[in-house]
Unconditional design. Structure first.
Length: 563
């Protein structure tokens, strides 16, 4: 008997599967599916579903299908299909040869609908969409039966065949299930099963002009594929009676079990595909892979790793009640991963020139730097040191506050992996009065390994050698929204607009990084010492590298005091 390997907590979904196996339901099989609509790019909420469906199948020695729910030809595109497959693979999952489409089943779905009409369980309705809505009733009042509800079977079969044949325009007729217009569950008040939609489908072309609704296609697709546990989010809980009704009345051989869980809502971002599309179309973000977006592509471009996203989804867990997850939990997951894996490098984001007066002009020497103190196997690298270097502007104060342990007039500081320097003077721009350069001296014996290398000073700062540094643009990202949370539900009011954070993107065009970064691959991730974690962006060129900040350092010592 296949059982969970217990790498993940035994939540209510896993407990249900274990109970089904104990009862020998489904022949002890576990077969799940991830069924996205190809009408947009996947986001972090989908990542939770991907990890859950593929993860449970893996834990229980079962299978997981990838199925594209492509029943709405007006919004679906092949590029979304390709993007979905790429994102699932990038997250570390594979469906082997089990890639399916709801459109694979269009003929089987149509024949199932015909059999429902023949059983007297479905009828063709000729009310308008507005009339159907008015007849449906409310949460407190029952609906009214359509005047077309008692059409003869032969008439409904004839009309349904003609709907398929293209004899009618969009909205002229709809196929509805015949259930109960007085049901307290509005979803059971004769829901639509098929509608006319004369649009070209990206896979089937113009072969069909009627398309099944999600509530009809989804349960039957699950049954056709032998799915045992159909995992979906809480908004489908009220649809479960209809899910079961369709399977029961269509007399399928595998009656899948629908189980609902809370969707992932992430604070300070948008989780509605409709609103994400709106941000893209209005140019408020720079495409679906904008690093501020919660899409898998956006997170990947920002520098997130699949391991971090999987760990985040596991920590969030599976719940029965919706909640909003703080961004800090996602940031913790990526920091934890990159702290172990990302090489350390030095980069100066707000450069201030330092001239070391007693260092020989034209001389260059190498200093040894550790690549990652968390992973000795990453070894060391050589950095060039010279008379002129850049340091961060915030690492110098002409009039320092108390407990300022970095560079200031007459004070010493250690340059990371190199020498101790002392500030002896300041140069200022004659017109602006702004500091343009700092003049220092260095202690030749204070280099690591020298006789005075153990001499202690209170501050250590990072730097880059001016003759060797490589120019870079650095993009700093904050949360996408000013509001603290987003429900992320696609049925939010149309006039509910997210309030974007005007500080969500800050571009620093004149930064400098160590020369070894010139040859790294796009997407490479690093810790800029004392700055945060960064990723090389595809916008990089031979003239200028471009880095995205994945996440700042959490450590308090990385925070810069403001003057």
């Amino acid at each position: 008997m296949a059982t969970s390997d217990h790498h993940s907590p035994v939540d209510f979904i896993r407990a249900k599967i274990l109970a089904d196996q104990e009862a020998q339901r489904f022949g002890q099989r576990v077969h799940t599916r991830f069924p996205p609509e190809p009408n947009g790019h996947l986001h972090i909420g989908h990542a939770k579903s991907i990890c859950l469906n593929f993860g449970i199948a893996r834990e229980f020695g079962g299978l997981c299908n990838l199925r594209l729910d492509d029943t709405n030809p007006t919004k679906e595109h092949l590029n979304y299909v390709q993007s979905i497959q790429e994102d699932v693979r990038w997250l570390g999952f594979d469906w082997d040869d089990r890639l399916y489409f709801a459109s694979d089943y269009f003929e089987a779905l149509y024949q199932s609908a015909v059999r429902l009409i023949q059983k007297g369980k479905a009828y063709v309705d000729s009310l308008t969409a507005e009339e159907i809505r008015s007849y449906r009733g409310t949460l407190t009042t029952p609906g009214m039966e359509s005047p077309y509800r008692d059409r003869s079977l032969d008439e409904s079969l004839d009309l349904f065949a003609r709907m398929r044949g293209g004899d009618f325009e969009d909205g002229a007729h709809v196929l509805r299930a015949k259930i109960d217009m007085a049901s307290p569950n509005i979803n059971m008040r004769d829901p639509a099963l098929y509608r006319i939609r004369k649009a070209t489908h990206y896979r089937t072309g113009d072969a069909w002009c009627i398309y099944p609704t999600y509530d009809f296609a989804h349960p039957l697709s699950d049954a056709f594929e032998g799915i045992t546990h159909s995992l979906c989010t809480l908004e489908f809980e009220d649809h479960r009676p209809l899910y079961d009704w369709v399977m029961r009345e269509c007399e399928v051989s595998c009656h899948s079990q629908q189980i609902e869980f809370a969707r992932l809502n992430l604070a300070h971002t948008v989780m509605s595909k409709r609103k994400l599309l709106q941000l893209v179309e209005e140019g408020q973000v720079q495409g679906w892979d904008d690093p501020r977006m919660p899409t898998i592509k956006g997170l990947r471009r920002r520098g997130y790793t699949p391991e971090a996203i999987r760990n985040f989804c596991e920590r969030v867990g599976v719940a029965k009640r919706d909640s909003v997850i703080e961004m800090g939990l996602l940031e913790h997951a990526i920091r934890e991963d990159l702290n172990r894996s990302a090489p350390r490098v030095m980069a100066v984001l707000h450069p201030l020139k330092v001239i070391i007066e007693n260092y020989p002009e034209g001389q260059t020497e190498d200093v040894e730097a550790v690549n990652n103190p968390e992973d000795e196997s990453q070894g060391t690298r050589q950095l060039s040191f010279s008379r002129e270097i850049y340091i961060e502007q915030d690492d110098f104060r002409e009039n320092p506050p108390k407990k300022f342990f970095r560079l200031s007039p007459g004070q010493e500081v250690r340059l990371r992996y190199a020498y101790i320097i002392r500030c002896i003077g300041v140069e200022k721009d004659a017109h602006t009065g702004m500091i343009s350069a700092i003049r220092c001296t260095f202690d030749p014996e204070s280099k690591r390994g020298g006789t005075q290398s153990a001499r202690k000073v209170k501050g250590t700062i990072h730097w880059v050698s001016i003759p060797h540094a490589v120019p870079a643009e650095v993009r700093l990202y904050e949360t996408l929204l000013l509001s603290s949370s987003s429900s992320g539900v696609d049925c939010e009011p149309q006039d509910s607009q997210p309030v974007l954070n005007p500080q969500s993107l800050q571009v620093l065009p004149m930064c400098w990084v160590e020369p070894g970064l010139r040859s790294v691959a796009i997407g490479s991730r690093f810790q800029f010492e004392r700055q945060g974690y960064f990723c090389l962006d595809p916008d990089s060129s031979a003239e200028k590298l471009v880095f995205n900040r994945t996440v700042p350092l959490r450590d308090s010592w990385a925070k810069i005091e403001k003057p």
